[in-house]
Design a protein around this ligand. Structure first.
Ligand code: ATP
Ligand code: MG
Length: 138
């Protein structure tokens, strides 16, 4: 699974009509799209997806935001995908993200930060299975 990661184009990006521009950044950086869909998360799904943050003060706001509109999950393939993709999207807070990163270009705030990327190979597999049938067969 070290060659795959899971991305989610978040509701602010879908609402701002920049799905295509963001995918263009992703594919120009050498990632292959293995699976993709447009879907709307239920509060239960968003809560489960971000369950690691359950005890954090921003958890409810995060769940509300992630259910505020459609999202576009993508299974992406590239060598060293998880680390390479985290570099491409930049820091969680767009104001601290490096120039040229997706969050710097498209993110507005730490909550409305345009895109998600898996943080480990293990989570990439779990998160891919969350949206698509399995992580090996996408
Ligand atoms: P993501 O998991 O969405 O790719 P990340 O891995 O960079 O983001 P996490 O620490 O996993 O950051 O936080 C998950 C999400 O929770 C962030 O994308 C952000 O929207 C929100 N978040 C994180 N920290 C804060 C905070 N201090 N205040 C408000 N929201 C936060
Ligand atoms: Mg994270």
């Amino acid at each position: 699974m070290s060659n795959k990661t899971l991305a989610i184009i978040k509701p602010d990006s879908v609402g701002n009509n920049v799905i295509g521009e963001i995918i263009s950044h992703i594919t120009k950086a050498g990632f292959k799209v293995k699976a993709m869909k447009l879907t709307k998360l239920s509060p239960e799904q968003a809560g489960n997806f971000y369950a690691v943050h359950k005890e954090r003060p921003f958890y409810q706001d995060l769940v509300d935001y992630m259910t505020s509109g459609p999202v576009v999950p993508l299974s992406l393939e590239k060598e060293n995908a998880v680390e390479e993709f985290r570099k491409l999207i930049g820091a969680t807070d767009p104001t601290k993200a490096e120039d040229g990163t997706i969050r710097k270009i498209f993110g507005k705030s730490i909550e409305n930060n345009a895109i998600h990327g898996s943080d480990s190979d293990e989570n990439a597999c779990i998160e891919t299975t969350f949206f698509f049938s399995s992580c090996e067969r996408v």
